[in-house]
Design a protein around this ligand. Structure first.
Ligand code: NDP
Ligand code: HEM
Length: 498
């Protein structure tokens, strides 16, 4: 018989466990170590010391290649309105149904110690522990993104990080990329508005950005976009306040979220869906798979269906937030990815990076483990810590047949045939500036927002080289001649340095 084991995580906080080595042998003093005589060399046999040092040497795992700085908390999602006519996802069926979740909010470009108030999109990731598996929403706080070609992601990200020679953030690199890839303009309009510096994670919205597909009860589908609107409202820093906060308290958003939840002020978001039928998609002015475009809300109104509330802080940041692993490919029956090439690439990239960052058995880490999973054909590998399916057959054995649950067949509207080709999205055309222009008008609805926009760009662009600056003025002029001119005046008026 195996004796009952008490591991570190089963000790209650107020219990007084005996201090031991990692193999459980009691040690009478934590600072005790072995040496020869009074001043002699140390002994290799001193497992306590060597184990302590060797473990310390390995404390760091790779930080996320993007979205390295973040914070999160647990909560629940509640269905508030019936959408069973358009959706068969188990978690969304039945008003009042609740599903536990964990969230992680993040900045994108900075390293793990970078300031929370940086001008950057914010990641807005949620893992729902549903009865039919984990469903991850790996969203941002902006409804669009800088690109629509997946190959551009690593290239774009490089320009927002550090120069390979100087190891400095580099305004020329930053704007050189954006002005030579003007399909980014809509996202640049979001990024340099005051919403590019949210006051903290509680005060921002989340958007799926990509079209996904909800499978309807008859097996057909609708394209959907999900919106989470902050019940706290959208509160932002000005550029100046954000810069000040970066030095005064670089962890402000992390602290704000943790302390609000500790105080019992549970942040919440009202959740909406926009729908588009496949027939509407064929007639839609823009490509439904173009991540640089939103679906105008007058044409595709928001339909409320739920509320997400965060109500519990984690016990251990590393175990629960650093090790949480979200992936757009963690889907459940009733929802499917669209053919958006960026989303399709993300389906691969996240589990791939998790296998690198956390190991092949990352789904066994408690924060990632689904409520139930049974796949005895996935065996062994580094850190197989959940019993490795014991004596279960590792192939579909006739001696122990598995149970299979029917999953509703989808009735495909899309039919894909054709030659394999090397694809590029269409070149950037005047139509690609329209929604950026719409947002410029939206900013004009609130006094001061357009002026702040010009100031926010000017502060950053003035550090870029002249030809990049000029190309960037031209890009903004295609949104609005007044905007381009105002940015040129503001930047050159600052005495741009190069
Ligand atoms: P509407 O004119 O119907 O509504 C404007 C949208 O903009 C609302 O969702 C509002 O949401 C949001 N908004 C308001 N102020 C700002 C701001 N300072 N920064 C970013 N978003 C803001 O929108 P349309 O659908 O016709 O789109 C017009 C423009 O609004 C688009 O070009 C797009 O950039 C932006 N937008 C559109 C969204 C969409 O899904 N259609 C979503 C978000 C923005 P709220 O204030 O509640 O956040
Ligand atoms: C994080 C890749 C586009 C939202 C990441 C990570 C990678 C990645 C490798 C690190 C994940 C980890 O280590 O756990 C990509 C690629 C993209 C892309 C290849 C395009 C081809 C996007 C878009 C969005 C997004 C369009 C939002 C709509 C996020 C979020 C995180 C993240 C929220 C942080 C998740 C967390 O908190 O752990 N991305 N990304 N990404 N990405 Fe993307």
């Amino acid at each position: 018989m195996v004796a009952e084991k008490k591991s570190e995580s089963t000790f209650k906080y107020n219990e007084k466990p005996v201090y031991t080595t990692s193999n459980g042998a009691p040690v009478d003093h934590p600072s005790k170590w072995q040496r020869v005589g009074t001043h002699g060399p140390l002994l290799l046999q001193d497992f306590h010391l060597i184990d302590l040092l060797a473990h310390f040497d390995r404390e760091r795992i790779p930080e996320r290649v993007v979205h390295a700085k973040g914070a999160g908390a647990y909560g629940e999602f509640e269905v508030t309105d019936d959408i069973s006519d358009i959706c068969t996802v188990n978690m969304l069926n039945g008003i009042g149904k609740k599903t536990p979740c964990i969230t992680r909010f993040s900045t994108v470009g900075g390293e793990k110690g970078s300031p929370d108030s940086a001008r950057d999109p914010r990641g807005f990731a949620i893992k729902f522990y549903t009865q039919e598996g984990n469903w991850d929403w790996v969203y941002n706080n902006t409804p669009v993104f800088f690109l629509r070609d997946p190959t551009n992601f690593p290239l774009f990200i490089h320009t927002q990080k550090r120069n390979p020679q100087t190891n400095l953030k580099d305004a020329t690199m930053f704007w050189d990329y954006l002005s030579t890839h003007p399909e980014s303009i809509h996202q640049v309009m979001h990024l340099f508005s005051d919403r590019g510096t949210p006051y903290s994670y509680r005060f921002m919205n989340g958007y799926s950005g990509h079209a996904h597909k909800f499978i309807k009860p008859d097996g057909s589908f609708v394209y959907v976009q999900i919106h989470l609107k902050s019940d706290q409202g959208n509160k932002t820093f000005t550029d100046e306040e954000a810069g000040k906060m970066a030095s005064e308290n670089p962890d402000f958003s992390t602290q704000d979220l943790f302390e609000a939840i500790q105080r019992g002020e549970f942040p919440s978001w009202t959740v909406y869906v926009q729908t588009m039928t496949p027939e509407q998609a064929e007639k839609f002015k823009y490509n439904v798979f173009d991540l640089t475009k939103v679906w105008p809300q007058k044409e595709f109104p928001l339909r409320r269906f739920g509320k997400m509330t965060l109500n519990r802080n984690v016990e251990n940041y590393f175990a629960e937030i650093e090790q949480v692993a979200f992936a757009p490919s963690h889907l459940v029956p009733g929802v499917e990815p669209s053919a958006d090439p960026v989303l399709q690439s993300r389906l691969f990239s996240y589990p791939d990076t998790h296998r690198h960052r956390l190991g092949v058995n990352y789904q066994q880490i408690p924060v990632n483990a689904p409520l139930q999973a049974f796949n005895p054909f996935q065996r062994d590998g580094g850190m197989a810590v959940n019993g490795n399916y014991g004596a279960n057959p590792n192939y579909p054995s006739s001696y122990r047949p598995l149970t299979y649950k029917p999953v509703q067949a989808t009735n495909p509207h899309e039919q894909w045939t054709g030659q394999a080709v090397s694809a590029l999205f269409d070149e950037v055309k005047p139509v690609d500036y329209e929604q950026a222009r719409d947002l410029w008008q939206v900013l004009g609805r609130t006094p001061g927002q357009q002026a702040n926009y010009v100031n926010n760009v000017a502060g950053h662009l003035s550090a870029a080289q002249k030809d990049t600056r000029v190309r960037t003025y031209e890009m903004f002029s295609r949104v609005s001649p007044e905007l381009g001119a105002a940015i040129r005046t503001a930047v050159e008026g600052r005495g741009a340095r190069l």
